[in-house]
Design a protein around this ligand. Structure first.
Ligand code: PEP
Length: 254
């Protein structure tokens, strides 16, 4: 697939996989994806498997991402993990503001922007998630919600930092539901996000930022979604837990 920006496909394993299961998954992925150069491949295991998976991917084209991090660098924050700790395991990316964290941990746009700044300060690339709920889509609020989330979650970033940030458009109604946005819905939301980035930063920055689609991506729909001009990859949940399906999503996107 000939794209303006290099595709990036990330697997969000969420709260799944023991260390042994994580190693089995990543071992299979290394074999399946050894020859892939056209796509940036990222896996985001749970923190408990980070150390072992980090060693396992050292000699491969698979990069490591975290599913969350603290906006603080150290201190009395029980249960939190900071950017410096992730760096110890050669983590390169960090998912921020996933809708599950927005919903269950009540993460706000303001908090997400603090986390994004902390990630950049440690040279981690944030994958910042935005997306509307079903009610918001039905009420024709999608564009407004996306603009608010993009502006709020990415406020304070420099142009250079923005270019090193990935945005994931994840309609909440499509996550883990088996309902995927149509290619037209995805393209139109991605174009809205790029338009907001152009207003916040400039056209050049907006053109350089990679915007992933997430929400029930599977081998069968990956190619069509990623062939849209503003869709620069995928953030994959359920289908990233099986080596065959995650590898096929990546191979289908080439
Ligand atoms: C996600 O949680 O980011 C996600 C896209 O999940 P799924 O692929 O299972 O819809």
């Amino acid at each position: 697939m000939n794209k303006e920006r290099k595709l990036i496909v990330a697997g969000n394993w969420k709260m799944n996989k023991t260390v042994a299961e994580a190693l089995a998954l990543v071992g299979d992925l290394k074999l399946e994806l050894a020859n892939v150069k056209e796509v940036d491949i990222v896996v985001c295991p749970p923190f408990t498997a980070m150390c072992e998976v980090s060693k396992a991917v050292l000699d491969s084209n698979i990069r490591l991402g975290a599913q969350n991090m603290s906006e603080n660098n150290a201190g009395a924050y029980t249960g939190e993990i900071c950017a410096g700790m992730l760096k110890e395991f050669s983590v390169r990316y960090v998912i921020l503001g996933h809708s599950e964290r927005r919903q269950y941990q009540k993460e706000s746009d303001a908090l997400i922007s603090k986390k994004a700044l902390a990630a950049h300060a440690a040279s981690l690339k944030p994958i910042v998630c935005v997306g509307e709920t079903l009610d918001e889509r039905v009420a024709n609020q999608t564009e407004k919600v996306l603009e608010t989330q993009v502006r709020g979650s990415l406020s304070g970033l420099s142009k250079g930092q923005m270019e090193e940030t990935i945005v994931a458009y994840e309609p909440v109604w499509a996550i883990g539901t088996g309902k995927t946005a149509t290619t037209a819905q995805a393209q139109s939301a991605h174009a809205v996000i790029r338009g907001v980035l152009a207003k916040m930063f400039d056209e050049t920055v907006a053109r350089r930022v990679r915007i992933q689609y997430g929400g029930s991506v599977k081998p069968a729909n990956a190619r069509e979604l990623m062939s849209q001009p503003d869709v620069d990859g995928a953030l994959v949940g359920g289908a990233a837990l099986e080596p065959r399906s995650f590898a096929e999503i990546i191979k289908n996107s080439i």
